[in-house]
Design a binder for this molecule. Structure first.
Ligand code: TYD
Length: 202
C-alpha cells in the first residue's frame, strides 16, 4: 500500500477542523491506517514552537523560519516514517499555510519562502490538498464565537482577506493538487463534495 499525504488548509474559521475526524474515518473504513497530525506542531519540538509562534510577538521572517523549523522536524519524525509504512497522513495545515499567512498576510516575498521550501522539502509534497474557502466576513463571524483567539485570529483589517487571496492564487497555480471546497455550504454538502474528491484516492 502506498502512503498518501493529504493536507487541509483555509483561513481561520473556514471549518476544516469539523471535517478532520470524518476524513480519518473515511480512510479507516477503507482499511487504511490514518495518521492525523497538524502544523505548526505534530512533534514535541514542533508543539513547543507552536506555543511560541501563536502567542509571542515577532518579526514576520522569524515567524516564517519557526514555521519551517517545526516543519523540518515534523517531516523527519512523523510524515516520512508514516508514508514509508504506507499510511495516510492527514495534516491540518502545511506549507501552503506559510505562503498564505507569511507571504499573503504578512507581506513576505514568495521567493523567500520558496528558498525554505526547497531546503526543507524539495522532494516531498502533499498528494492532495483540501482548501476550505469562504468569504472572510463569514469566517470572522464564526471566529467571533470561538475560544480565545491566537495571534493570527486576532489580526484585523484585510489580513484575512489577503490570506484568502493568497490561498486561492496557490490553488490556481496547483489546480491538480489543490481542490477548493466551498466552506460556506452545509456540513452535508461539504461532505458530499469531499466524498466525490476522495473517491479516486480510496
Ligand atoms: P490552526 O490550524 O488555525 O489551529 P487552530 O484551529 O487550533 O486555531 O493553526 C494555527 C495558526 O497558524 C493559523 O492561524 C495559521 C497559522 N499558520 C501560519 O501562519 N503559517 C504556517 O505555516 C502554518 C502551518 C500555520
Amino acid at each position: 500500500m502506498q502512503g498518501l499525504f493529504i493536507t487541509l488548509e483555509g483561513v481561520d474559521g473556514a471549518g476544516k477542523s469539523s471535517h478532520l475526524d470524518w476524513l480519518a474515518a473515511w480512510f479507516s473504513a477503507r482499511g487504511r491506517v490514518v495518521r492525523m497530525t497538524r502544523e505548526p506542531g505534530g512533534t514535541p519540538v514542533g508543539e513547543q514552537l507552536r506555543e511560541i509562534v501563536l502567542h509571542e510577538p515577532m518579526h514576520a521572517e522569524t515567524e516564517a523560519l519557526i514555521m519551517f523549523a517545526a516543519r523540518r522536524e515534523h517531516i523527519e519524525q512523523v510524515i516520512r516514517p508514516a508514508l514509508a509504512k504506507g499510511e495516510v497522513v492527514i495534516s491540518d495545515r502545511f506549507t501552503d499555510a506559510s505562503f498564505a499567512y507569511q507571504c499573503g498576510g504578512r507581506g513576505l516575498p514568495d521567493a523567500r519562502l520558496e528558498v525554505l521550501e526547497s531546503w526543507v522539502h524539495a522532494d516531498l509534497n502533499p498528494d492532495l490538498t483540501l482548501l476550505f474557502d469562504l468569504p472572510t466576513e463569514i469566517a470572522a463571524r464564526r471566529l467571533a464565537t470561538a475560544r480565545s483567539p491566537d495571534r493570527f485570529e486576532r489580526e484585523k483589517g484585510d489580513f484575512h482577506a489577503r490570506v484568502r487571496a493568497a490561498y486561492l492564487r496557490r490553488a490556481e497555480r496547483h489546480p491538480v493538487r489543490i481542490r477548493v471546497i466551498d466552506g460556506s455550504r452545509s456540513l452535508e454538502d461539504v461532505r458530499a463534495q469531499l466524498a466525490g474528491i476522495l473517491e479516486s484516492w480510496a
